[in-house]
Design a protein around this ligand. Structure first.
Ligand code: G3H
Ligand code: ZN
Length: 288
């Protein structure tokens, strides 16, 4: 099944396709093991920082190898791509999906750049799924001991969203509805009524994407899915597992241990468990 077909199935059956960010083999391996154990489709993604570290062809090859060995629908997304050029590079390298994020620009500039990326994707392959973003998402994928203020103008306007989708032809739309990247001192408060309004006016063929899934309470995630979200991004919670478990493992194994695969084994296991937890929460298990 293609990513577009899986997203359509998720929308109609009211569950969400998980999107997990990765920047090394261990996180990717853990996510694939979680997908294998739960029989879930997954999107794995690299932000610009992550892809610069991993390498574009390397990310494509690793995902292809895992897709073939697992037999699962695993797709690679160029996440939060901030320029048309970088989006084209990812598609040229063989990414299955692209997220063009021009949300910091004016509505017109966002429409112009996103339309160019969608056209490039269509000319390349009907299989590539293209995501645009409207509204402004604050924060970074890390744990921060501070509050982040969301301004009223940050939120996605439903009418503008409908117009944006018509003009650009995107397959997925990332929206700002009270979500903030990373985990901060305040618990995110999702504007569920706004999700419903956006869902009601945006073409049903377009998947609504909730970024910044880390730190959102489980009940709110479930409510967001019933309101029309069919794709959810998680990064910080996996990064936290990586860092915390690595520190624990180094401490536990002691100075005599030099084999990276022995040090990293419990790290991969902890990330896998976190990914399984999210897959179950999003109800994407046993869909394939
Ligand atoms: O695109 C990446 C995500 O939106 C991850 O957000 O770090 O808050 O989970 P998060
Ligand atoms: Zn994001």
């Amino acid at each position: 099944m293609s990513l577009k077909e899986i997203l359509a199935q998720a929308s109609s059956e009211k569950w969400a396709v998980p999107h997990f960010n990765f920047s090394n083999l261990e996180i990717l391996k853990a996510v694939v093991e979680a997908a294998r154990e739960t029989k879930s489709p997954v999107l794995v993604g690299t932000s610009e920082g992550e892809r610069n570290f991993v390498g574009l062809p390397e990310a494509v090859s690793m995902v292809k190898a895992f897709r073939e060995s697992s037999g699962l629908p695993i797709f690679l997304n160029a996440d939060h791509t901030k320029s048309v050029e970088a989006a084209k590079q990812a598609m040229d390298a063989g990414y299955d999906s692209v997220h063009i994020d021009l949300s910091a620009l004016s509505f017109e500039e966002n429409v112009r750049g996103t339309t160019e990326v969608v056209k490039y994707a269509r000319d390349k392959s009907s299989e590539i799924s293209a995501e645009g973003e409207l509204g402004y998402l604050r924060g970074e994928s890390k744990i921060e001991k501070k509050k982040i203020e969301i301004r009223p103008e940050d939120y996605t306007d439903p009418e503008e969203a409908a117009d944006f989708v018509k003009k650009t032809g995107v397959d997925r739309l990332a929206i700002a509805v009270g979500n903030v990247h990373g985990i901060t001192l305040d618990e995110p408060k999702l504007d569920v009524e706004r999700i419903k309004k956006i869902r009601a006016v945006v073409s049903p063929e377009v998947a609504l994407v909730l970024h910044a899934g880390s730190g959102i309470p489980d009940e709110d995630i479930k409510t967001a899915i019933s309101a029309g979200i069919s794709n959810i991004h998680i990064s910080t919670e996996l990064r936290a597992e990586f860092r915390e478990e690595l520190e624990k493992s180094l401490h536990k194994k002691g100075e005599a241990e030099y084999a990276p695969y022995k040090i990293l084994e419990p790290v991969v296991e902890a990330i896998k468990q976190k990914a399984v937890e999210k897959i179950e929460l999003f109800s994407s298990a046993n869909r394939m």
